[in-house]
Design a protein around this ligand. Sequence first.
Ligand code: SDX
Length: 385
Amino acid sequence: MTDTDIKKGLAGVVVDYTAVSKVNPETNSLLYRGYPVHELAATQPFEAVAYLLWHGELPTDEQLAELRATERQHRALHPDVKAAIDLLPTSAHPMDEVRTAVSVIGAQGTAGIANVMDAVGTPEENLDRSIRLFAQLPAIVAYGQRRRRGLELVEPRDDLDYAANFLWQTFGEESDTVVVDAFNRSMILYAEHSFNASTFTARVITSTLSDLYSAVVGAIGALKGPLHGGANEAVLHIFEEIGTAENVVPWLDAALAEKRKIMGFGHRVYKRGDSRVPTMKAALETLVAHYDRPDVAELYDALEREFVERKGIYPNLDYPSGPAYDLIGFDILTFTPLFVAARITGWTAHIMEQQAANALIRPLSEYNGPDERHIQGYVPDTAVI
Ligand code: SDX
């Protein structure tokens, strides 16, 4: 075994099939169940994309209406979940809040199941669990932001689609169509991305026959990391550090001299640009116009131009989504929880796919510790051997 045999970070290693999505760095494209993501983002409500990821086909009008009815039934923040969130200090990181809330939902959802073999559930039960988490997460994320601002919970509205209701529960007022559309597009773009770190975490947990909720809690933990989901939050901190477009060059000189990772840039799979960026950048541009914030576009373009020129490393989805969420009015700390609310659809689609054709995920390692050695004075006890 040589160092080159070790694939650290599983970089470039193909470990299984998936029919959920196809990430193609050669053509810089992303397909959800065969549909190009930019076509879905331009034409579909997020609920229809959730259906597509779970079932493999876009819904008929009747199927979409049924999913919407079920989602609306479970939108209101469950009182026990609210009580659990209220136990946490408002200074707790929102990703810890979301992880805790899902854990409570999971403990309730599997309560009374004595045999751990039964907690894994049937395909029908896991689809129901997926829809309930999909429906509850906006309330959890919205309440988290409002609580940190000292505001009361806002109850959901049944007359609003998923994206419009999410914004309603967060801000307590109806958002303009431009904002709802940009937010809906961002949720579709964030929904799914093959075997990224958090999705693979969910599949590893599922492969042990653990339950869907445990797999989602693990995925949330993985997504919190700034090399993965936490990057969209980090992009805004960078924008705050830089301030205006004029400061980009000196800021980047210093950052690169300190060997800092510039959050929102680079990708393990895409090496010539993230396929989702053009669609999310277009959504950001509509928000820049809507809120009359050309300064955001200037800073965005200046940093991208300078960094790509110097390092040949391109923006990923987190780069345009961070400023977009900031313009809409989400707190920076709410950004990665928004990623959770979108990615719950991809995670649960992968969990159900793993359950349908499971094999325990357990790779090997190459030992490079001390050679075998023995305890001084140890005398083997024949009874023990
Ligand atoms: C997401 O996998 C997915 O699909 C994830 C995701 C999804 O939808 O689920 O797409 C979402 O996680 C997007 C990525 C968000 N993360 C960031 O924006 C954090 C900043 N990015 C980097 O940390 C990095 O680009 C990674 C971790 C995303 C990918 O890195 P790789 O493939 O492991 O490559 P690497 O870190 O080994 O970098 C190769 C070289 C290194 O230079 P050297 O040490 O060889 O000199 O490129 C440099 C890196 O230092 N580099 C960067 C950089 N990204 C790579 N240098 C500065 N800033 C960066 N952002």
